[in-house]
Design a protein around this ligand. Structure first.
Ligand code: ADP
Ligand code: GLC
Length: 490
């Protein structure tokens, strides 16, 4: 089976969040079960620099607003999954992030940048593609940035009677980002005028890339079973619950896996010492090295809480900020935070660190190395998200023997088993699940976790339960393959 995996970020080429982790790992896991996968991604400078064996593949011409772009083919540096990067000086070769400029403002031409990504994917999905020897069976799109692909594919096939074209799949990684732009973009991107309607790409008076994808994709999935149900409700549907409920039975909830090579405490090159489930001794040395590096008081017994996150409302870190001072005073614990996002959150955490220099370390920015060290060196990982489609950090916490505190939502609920009596007895308890996202629930979950932390043997078994979980991609990759096969039979 040929699969075109279309994404706006993929680790290790370019990453802003979990989508990159998934786009780095899932295609490789599909390749391991004999699928013929290629990734399609914008040729940002980092992508063109890091691609292994880059070479010119073809030119795609007559694209709206940009004329022609080149396709460069190469491979992922480690997994060797083939990658096609869209080379366009005007669209992608600039300093700054994939979505925002250096000041954090969305690039004004994002509708063109991701409209072209979507259109190129659709062109490559068709028998009339310039790559006639590699036409996919499945075109797997991810999030709003690729949401117009199924729409373009739909209109290309509607213009012909005889055609061979891939089936489209859209995976929703986060419904909060919907890619909404003015109606004028319908014409500018070359979509037919009559697609701008409720049964089409229109969404509350705008063109929505995500809605277009949800409406036109042949298959839909999201990144955890629980989130697949949640998005059909008003509380989590971000306005799309009606459409999602209409297609409810078709939405596959497939839990993300982890790159267990990249995230492995027994081999992680960023760690001062290695450890595994059979010998956890090294974790203490990693904690000490982390305390040292961050200027925290080096104390083995002081509980160290960790956060690695985008600092946004979704992640609930305003709740932690509001109770942090009281927690630190009451429990004499430490906090190591790495993240970036809303300026007022960043500012709030910076001030907290100033007030408690020996107990709180705050690093604003993006830092791959430190993220691994926090995952491994902390005792407890905090992730009180208000909603969480899947979440990878809580799973990294499990793998690194750093039990997570999470909200009972989305993929967090699917991946963390609370330390209640039954789970403790069955040796399935792996973390602490807050019934809902509110500061009181967070305070009491942290207090509960810290009381377990004091009991050495109980704590050890909670860590071990998490570390023994099988979190790799094999099972999920098979679930995607089954979903593709079912679509092809339709
Ligand atoms: P989301 O994609 O919603 O941000 P996930 O938990 O799915 O949340 O994935 C976040 C990914 O981004 C993880 O791999 C995490 O380690 C990484 N990450 C988030 N913030 C940072 C940061 N400041 N520095 C390094 N890695 C980060
Ligand atoms: C999104 C979600 C996150 C998920 C990730 C990868 O960024 O916010 O929960 O883990 O996508 O699917």
């Amino acid at each position: 089976m040929r699969i075109l995996f279309v994404t706006s970020e993929a680790f290790p080429l370019i990453k802003t969040g979990g989508l990159a982790d998934v786009s780095g790992s899932l295609p490789a896991a599909l390749q391991d079960i004999n699928a013929d996968v290629r990734i399609l991604i914008p040729g940002y400078p980092a992508v063109l620099n890091k691609l292994a064996n880059p070479r010119f593949l073809t030119t795609i011409s007559n694209l709206p607003n940009v004329g022609a772009v080149n396709l460069i083919i190469g491979e992922m540096p480690e997994t060797k999954v083939p990658v096609m990067a869209i080379e366009s000086v005007g669209l992608y070769q600039r300093d700054g992030g994939p979505y925002v400029d250096a000041t954090g403002k969305d690039w004004e031409d994002n509708p063109t940048r991701f409209g072209i990504l979507s259109l190129v994917a659709a062109i490559l999905s068709d028998e009339k593609s310039p790559l006639a020897d590699w036409v996919p069976d499945i075109t797997h799109c991810n999030d709003w940035q690729t949401g117009l692909t199924p729409a373009f594919m739909h209109f290309m096939s509607a213009r012909r009677t005889q055609m061979k074209q891939a089936k489209s799949v859209l995976s929703i990684h986060n419904l909060a980002f919907q890619g909404c732009y003015g109606a004028e973009w319908v014409g500018r991107l070359g979509l037919p005028a009559d697609s701008y309607q409720i049964n089409g790409v229109e969404y509350y008076g705008q063109l929505s890339f995500l809605k277009a994808g949800i409406f036109y994709a042949d298959g839909l999935s999201t990144v955890s079973p629980n989130y697949a149900k949640e998005i059909q409700t008003e509380a989590y549907g971000f306005g799309m619950q009606g459409l999602l409920t209409a297609r409810g039975k078709e939405i596959h909830g497939i839990l993300n896996g982890l790159d267990t090579q990249e995230w492995n405490p027994a081999t992680d090159p960023y760690l001062a010492k290695h450890y595994d489930v059979n010998n956890l001794d090294g974790k203490q040395a990693v904690k000490q090295a982390l305390q040292n590096k961050l200027g925290l008081k080096v104390q083995a017994e002081t509980p160290l809480l960790g956060v690695v996150s985008r600092l946004t409302y979704q992640k609930g870190l305003d709740m932690l900020l509001s109770c942090a001072e009281a927690l630190i005073k009451e429990h004499n614990c430490q906090l190591a935070l790495l993240g970036s996002g809303d300026t007022n959150f960043e500012q709030g955490y910076r001030e907290l660190a100033k007030r408690f220099p020996n107990q709180v370390s705050v690093t604003i920015g993006y830092n791959e190395e430190l993220s691994h060290q926090i995952m491994a060196g902390c005792d407890i990982f905090i992730m009180p998200s208000r909603f969480e489609p899947c979440g990878l950090n809580q799973m990294y916490g499990l793998r690194y023997g750093t039990p997570p505190i999470v909200t009972n939502t989305g993929g967090l609920a699917d991946s963390v088993q609370d330390c209640n009596e039954i789970n403790l007895k069955n040796k399935t308890a792996t973390g602490f699940v807050m019934p809902k996202a509110d500061p009181k629930a967070l305070v009491s979950a942290i207090a509960r976790a810290l009381s377990f932390y004091q009991d050495e043997s109980k704590w050890k078994s909670i860590k071990e339960n998490g570390m023994r979980q099988n979190l790799d991609w094999t099972k999920s990759a098979k679930a995607y393959l089954t979903m593709y096969q079912a679509l092809l039979k339709k």
